[in-house]
Every structure is written in structure tokens, then in C-alpha cells.
Design a protein around this ligand. Structure first.
Ligand code: ZN
Length: 135
């Protein structure tokens, strides 16, 4: 059994240390699909309430996404301090830099206890990253 939900959220990020324009703070409207393959819970008749997917993805919406602690350069570190000081919404990734690939895998791993998860995520139209995570 699989369930899928389309996702969409707006984020700001920067690719610390990247040689190119993506090193600057900028934003995307990310869009894609979360697909979960697992078993129906006999008591609810659902694999997972779709709203649970929305709740997880909503924490990224209108947030600044930061690289994991060991991969941030000075500008990103300063921006994190500013975000904390000013009570801005932000997410620090558990690993890696804030690329579509890492973000797709991070989201997939949030659901891997339900079964096999596939997250397809686009930063821009016509290109996407696809990540899989397993229980
Ligand atoms: Zn970007």
C-alpha cells in the first residue's frame, strides 16, 4: 500500500562555501511529493493521516534552512545568530548542506518508521532530487 501527498513550501537558504550565486541568501518555492509505502493501521484504517505529512513539512515553510553545524561558513553562522536573536523561523539540518538533495533525504527520514519513503523535491521547475529512506 502506498500513500502520496504533494508538498509545497517556501524557504530561504544559502550554500556556504559554494563557488557561485547560490552562496548568497536566496529563496525557493519547493514543491514535490512524499510517498510512503507501508501497512494500513487496523485501528484507523489509514497508513498515515495525510495531515501528519503536512505538519512535518510545515515546519520548513517560511523558514531559513541552515546547513549542519560542521558545514556552516561565517556568513551562514552569522545569519543563524541573527535568526535566533530575532526569533525568526529556522531549521538546522541534521547533516549536510541545504541542497534539494539533502532536504529531500531529511524529509524522507522523518517518515521512515512508517515504511519505505520516497521524497521528490524541486527547487525550480523541471529539476528535482529524489530521496529514499527505509524503516
Ligand atoms: Zn537555492
Amino acid at each position: 500500500m502506498t500513500i502520496s501527498k504533494d508538498i509545497k513550501f517556501d524557504c530561504a537558504h544559502m550554500l556556504s562555501g559554494y563557488e557561485g550565486k547560490c552562496a548568497n541568501l536566496h529563496g525557493h518555492t519547493y514543491h514535490g511529493t512524499v510517498t510512503i509505502e507501508g501497512d494500513i493501521d487496523a485501528s484507523t484504517g489509514m497508513l498515515l493521516d495525510y495531515n501528519e505529512i503536512k505538519k512535518v513539512v510545515d515546519k520548513y515553510d517560511h523558514a531559513i534552512i541552515f546547513s549542519s553545524v560542521d558545514l556552516r561558513y561565517t556568513a551562514e553562522e552569522d545569519l543563524l545568530g541573527w535568526a535566533q536573536k530575532n526569533n525568526m523561523r529556522y531549521v538546522v539540518l541534521p547533516f549536510g548542506k541545504s541542497t534539494a538533495e539533502v532536504l529531500a533525504l531529511t524529509i524522507a527520514e522523518e517518515f521512515d518508521h512508517y515504511g519505505k519513503v520516497t521524497v521528490r523535491l524541486s527547487e525550480t521547475d523541471g529539476s528535482w532530487a529524489e530521496a529514499e529512506a527505509h524503516a
